[in-house]
Write a protein that binds this ligand. Structure first.
Ligand code: ATP
Ligand code: MG
Length: 563
């Protein structure tokens, strides 16, 4: 991959195309991820090493995946389903999830994964929006969360359940897959044909269904290689669930297209299990998220000491701002910094990253990937103006990269509003420094205006986390007659610290020293947990709504409830 700092202006994706094998005019994610490798003689390479909750361990080669996905595709076709129809999954990280995802794409249908911990209502709403024709789930999840309303969703024709026995009206996937044809000719989808729908995290409001296309695989291949160092044979672990875009783009597609061996852990976060997994499986590249890293920090360096992390060569993080303290800590605990990168459900892939070999500036998201033009802009109505380095503005991207969303399902107006003056506007605020590094400031909705200053919650939260007592922090602005807004912080504490007036004073003092009196929180309150989305993002809008007694809005993705 020579010369990728200076992409060819006429064809910025020429280098990326070398990583895939799409014949002109057609491109299919499942072919690029699986069958191409088998055709090239890599059928025996392990594609997925699956670790079950009960410590079972199963391996699937690229050849196995080719067969299982062909069986699933054959099954869909045998049931009369056609390219463009919509397949949803609702299950944990079990092998069938991966077979269904890639089998659906192979057959040219559109795939939507749902996070298995969703309750019946969020499941139903999303399946209605996506006009689901097929659901693949487990018998238990079906009985608890889908059966009660299934017949009201008239688009839903087939429900497959894992295992050998099916409740009434469902098809058991075990025998159906065994009986299905193990060969299937991959549907020749075009680069603009829909492949995936991902619902956003719902951090700022009602989740949107972002539509992604088969042509995105070009960018998955490219960004996986450049931003995560995924090369053939790499042992790679992405801890995100495929119910969120990270768990699909970089938990299924990018690693397989780059012919890595990916670790899939069915279990949820457990510190010892995670450390043991890295050691035992000899994980080389690890992609995780700030919320998990902060949980590791909370348990201290001592908990990491007994393990051998010598296999790790690259650590990356996404989903929320990565506090500088977490970068410094990971260097001590793992001998490597976590490399922050930034992207969104809408962008389909990593846009800005601390790439392998780059100097990490703790607290910065890094630089745009080659071929990606990012800017910091100000907008007034329809006028969008790039701002100079050092100024805070909206983070914007020049449209046209291959994994860009193509629609918000049934929300054309909301989609159109994202594209103004030749830019895609992300809704996040950031700053670019003189070296070209981007620094996250906050979501546009979360910005605090206090006594004439604009304060991003991230810098206040990061300062608080530097204090040894603080595990996590969420910062909001609350209305104030004189100051406009005042900064208020909610914190959770590390083991061994007790909430109280003395600690509150100490925290405010610490923040004042770090940030100055204008920016430091006027008030710090202690909480056992902070409200978060199921993908681990702090929901500041909920802290605010609760503080002000306002309606809570859409809380379909809320995980931890606060009391
Ligand atoms: P919704 O759009 O429904 O409110 P969401 O924006 O949280 O939810 P996602 O698309 O999953 O849904 O998350 C993308 C957002 O996450 C980004 O716009 C940004 O605010 C935040 N984010 C992701 N990575 C980073 C990062 N490295 N640093 C700071 N923020 C990040
Ligand atoms: Mg968003």
């Amino acid at each position: 991959m020579e010369n990728h700092e200076h992409p060819n202006r006429a064809d910025p994706w020429a280098e990326a195309r070398k990583l895939i094998d799409a014949p002109a005019g057609s491109i299919n994610i499942a072919y690029e991820a699986v069958d191409r490798h088998v055709a090239a003689g890599h059928g025996d390479t392990i594609a997925i090493r699956w670790l079950g909750k009960e410590d079972e361990r199963r391996e699937f080669s690229y050849g196995d995946l080719a067969q299982q996905t062909a069986r699933f595709a054959s099954l869909l076709a045998a049931q009369g389903l056609k390219p463009g129809d919509s397949v949803f999954t609702l299950m944990g990280r079990v092998p069938e999830l991966y077979f269904s995802a890639l089998g659906t794409l192979k057959a040219g249908l559109v795939f939507t994964p749902l996070f298995s911990a969703f309750g019946p209502e969020p499941i139903r709403t999303r399946m209605e929006i996506g006009a689901a024709n097929v659901l693949v789930t487990t018998p238990q999840l079906y009985a608890r969360k889908v059966a009660p309303w299934r017949h009201e969703l008239t688009t839903l024709k087939h429900v497959f359940v894992t295992g050998d026995e099916a409740p009434e009206g469902c098809i058991a996937l075990g025998p159906a897959l065994r009986a299905a044809q193990p060969q299937f000719e991959t549907v020749k989808t075009g680069p603009d044909d829909p492949a995936l729908i991902h619902f956003t995290s719902g951090t700022t409001g009602r989740p949107k269904g972002a539509v992604h296309v088969h042509g995105a695989v070009l960018y998955h291949a490219f960004s996986g290689r450049l931003a995560l160092d995924l090369t053939p044979g790499t042992v790679y672990w992405c801890t995100a669930d495929p119910g969120w875009v990270t768990g699909t783009s970089y938990g299924i597609i990018a690693p397989l297209v780059n012919r890595t061996t990916m670790i899939v852990d069915e279990a949820e976060f457990d510190l010892e299990r995670w450390y043991r997994t890295i050691e035992r499986e000899k994980v080389e590249v690890w992609y995780s998220a700030p919320t998990a890293i902060r949980m590791m920090m909370r348990s201290g360096e001592a908990a990491a000491k007994p393990f051998d992390f010598g296999s790790l060569r690259f650590l990356a993080s996404v989903g929320e701002p990565l506090n500088p303290e977490a970068v410094v800590w990971s260097e001590k605990a793992f001998g490597q910094p976590f490399h922050d990168n930034w992207w969104q459900t809408e962008t389909g892939g990593i846009m800005i990253a601390n790439r392998p070999g780059m100097t990490v500036k703790p607290g910065s998201m890094g630089k745009p990937l080659p071929g990606i033009e990012a800017g910091i802009v100000g907008r007034e109505g329809d006028k969008v103006t790039p701002l100079p380095d050092g100024e805070v503005g909206e983070l914007a991207l020049r449209p046209g990269w291959p994994s860009m969303m193509r629609a918000y399902l049934h929300e054309q107006a909301r989609y159109d509003k994202c594209f103004v003056g030749g830019w895609y506007l992300s809704g996040d605020l950031a700053m670019r420094d003189a070296d070209g590094y981007f620094w996250f400031v906050g979501r546009a909705d979360d910005l605090i205006k206090t006594s004439g200053h604009l304060v991003g919650p991230f810098e206040v939260e990061s300062a608080l986390i530097e204090h040894p007592a603080v595990a996590e922090a969420g910062v909001i602005g609350i209305p104030d007659e004189t100051a406009g807004e005042i900064v208020k912080a909610y914190v959770t504490l590390n083991p061994g610290y007790e909430p109280g007036e003395a600690l509150e004073r100490d925290l405010r003092g610490h923040a004042r020293k770090r940030l100055g009196a204008a920016v430091a929180p006027r008030e710090v309150v202690f909480r056992h947990t902070l409200p978060k989305t199921r993908s681990g993002k702090i929901m500041r809008r909920l802290l605010k709504a609760r503080e002000l007694g306002l309606p809570e809005g859409d809380i379909s993705t809320l995980e931890t409830d606060e009391t």
